[in-house]
Design a protein around this ligand. Structure first.
Ligand code: HEM
Length: 465
């Protein structure tokens, strides 16, 4: 006979949640304010919420332990074949972000060594050189007092950095043009993920203006990438960039390298995953610093002490500890990847509730990062909560800006190095002030953007002091 304790563990139940939602009504709410919609459900029903929308079972998973179960301990039961993923594939193909199973495992194994911390260090110079070029342009704004949109500036900067580290393009007009195509492709995929038309699945083949524009952007990006690959296969110099690393990478078991199509899919994946996220992390950081002068002044003191007027290098990063904590805390409040979707393969039990096969799971770093049971003063901006002894006392999956388990972000070291170098170098040269009356609102698309940008005035540190 089962003991009462075992009975309690095995008898499960359907998760609470709003009564069945009409697909149209729910999508309208999701489109207008997805974080508000999920947050409301979470506050009302708890850490596991069932949203049945039309025939689809959707679950919000907010408890760090259940998050760990999905991403790590039982990760093989949760794949990425969700509706959103199918749309991402329109641009990214079968790359690391969108693929699954044995194909993904092999690609990850081949690509992983290129992202080791030591190998990435050689890109630090590219990061600081691009930041310097941006700073030179900012000096004109500092002199004229003309504000600039820091969100847009960060997007341009990180795009240039990823283009250079991936393909060794010089910071030329070509980079600008390719950036335009990437933006068009990302905007199109964003719109399709959140649009009401996603209910009806309008085929991408219809000759509408948007579809044509998207196809043109992808065709141009493909042409550029395939041309570079072809030239390098035909003996052009291998400049030791990320593409070189991917072209030279071999599967340790089989000795196989990637085909041109795989290289294209990975290149465009890394290219897209690797700039908008970091750009948003930095934009939100500048915003938070401008509204928390005491934190700003500690960053400045650290930067002055460690660097003086010297350009930062990778060797400085370990000493720029507080700067690192500021970036971590900013990604807690504004995680660039604010939602992580999964598809359930077999039925499972999460937080004591039944999850049926085929259910769509939504993990929201945005909500879990503000969980009042885990975080003290969750809405407050306090970088020192990332002091090792304080963060070490929290559940591992309470903080997951880079996801977790085997699908954890492959570019996390790159992103942290880039964000720290850029923040240190900008702080060394400028003081940024939010333009009065600036509306700062969330725009949760594929990444979490500031909806109206972040207009700031820049003030030169050296001439001001
Ligand atoms: C602050 C910056 C970044 C954030 C917050 C971020 C966040 C994430 C998250 C949460 C995931 C996991 C998604 C999931 O499990 O469904 C992910 C995956 C990924 N990220 Fe990042 N990322 C950042 C920067 C980068 C950079 C710089 C690169 C490349 C240079 C990159 C490349 C990737 C790739 C390829 C994957 C897929 C990994 C796989 O599934 O094997 N990311 N990222």
């Amino acid at each position: 006979m089962m003991s009462a304790e075992t009975m309690e563990k095995t008898v499960t139940k359907t998760a609470p949640g709003p009564s069945a939602l009409s697909a149209f009504g729910a999508l309208r709410r999701v489109q207008r304010d997805p974080i508000g919609f999920l947050g409301e459900g979470w506050r009302k029903y708890g850490d596991l919420v069932r949203f049945k929308i039309g025939p689809v079972e959707n679950y919000l998973v907010a408890d760090p332990e259940a998050v760990q179960q999905v991403l790590q301990t039982n990760n093989r039961n949760y794949n990425k074949q969700t509706t959103d993923n199918r749309k991402l594939k329109l641009a990214l193909g079968e790359g690391l972000v969108t693929s699954d199973g044995d194909f993904w495992r092999r690609q990850r194994r081949i690509a992983q060594p290129a992202f080791h911390r030591e190998r990435l260090q050689k890109f630090a110079g590219t990061i600081t050189a691009s930041t310097d070029a941006m700073s030179r342009a900012w000096r004109t704004n500092a002199e004229s007092g003309r504000p600039l949109d820091v969100a847009h500036e960060m997007m341009r900067l990180t795009l240039e950095i990823i283009l250079q580290t991936m393909f060794s393009t010089d910071g030329s007009a070509r980079a600008e043009e390719l950036g335009g195509y990437v933006s068009t492709a990302i905007r199109y995929v964003n719109d399709r993920v959140t649009s009401l038309t996603s209910l009806f699945e309008f085929p991408e083949r219809l000759p509408t203006a948007r579809n044509r524009e998207f196809r043109h952007a992808i065709a141009e990006l493909d042409r550029f990438i395939f041309d570079v690959i072809k030239a390098r296969r035909n003996g052009a110099a291998q400049p030791g960039d990320l593409l070189t690393m991917l072209m030279e990478a071999r599967d340790l078991d089989t000795g196989e390298t990637m085909t041109n199509q795989q290289l294209r899919d990975e290149a465009i994946t890394i290219f897209s995953a690797g700039h908008e996220t970091t750009a948003n992390a930095l934009a939100w950081t500048f915003y938070l610093l401008s509204t928390h002068p005491e934190v700003m002044s500690r960053v400045r003191t650290e930067v002055d002490r460690v660097l003086g007027e010297r350009t930062p290098t990778v060797e400085d990063l370990a000493k720029l500890e507080y700067t690192g904590r500021v970036i971590k805390e900013s990604m807690r409040l504004y995680p660039p990847v604010w939602i992580i979707p999964r598809n359930t393969l077999c039925a499972d039990v999460l937080s004591g509730y039944d999850i049926p096969a085929g259910a769509q799971i939504y993990i929201s770093p945005f909500l879990t990062h503000r969980h009042p049971r885990v975080w003290e003063n969750p809405e407050g901006f306090d970088p020192d909560r990332f002091l090792p002894e304080r963060i070490g006392a929290l559940p591992r999956y309470a903080y997951l800006p880079f996801g977790g388990g085997p699908r954890m972000c492959i570019g996390n070291n790159f992103a942290m190095m880039e964000a720290q170098l850029i923040l240190a170098s900008v702080t060394q040269q400028f003081r940024l002030e939010l333009v009065p009356g600036q509306r700062v609102e969330l725009e949760p698309l594929v990444t979490l953007r500031p909806k109206h940008g972040i207009e700031m005035t820049v003030h030169s540190q050296r001439s001001a002091s």
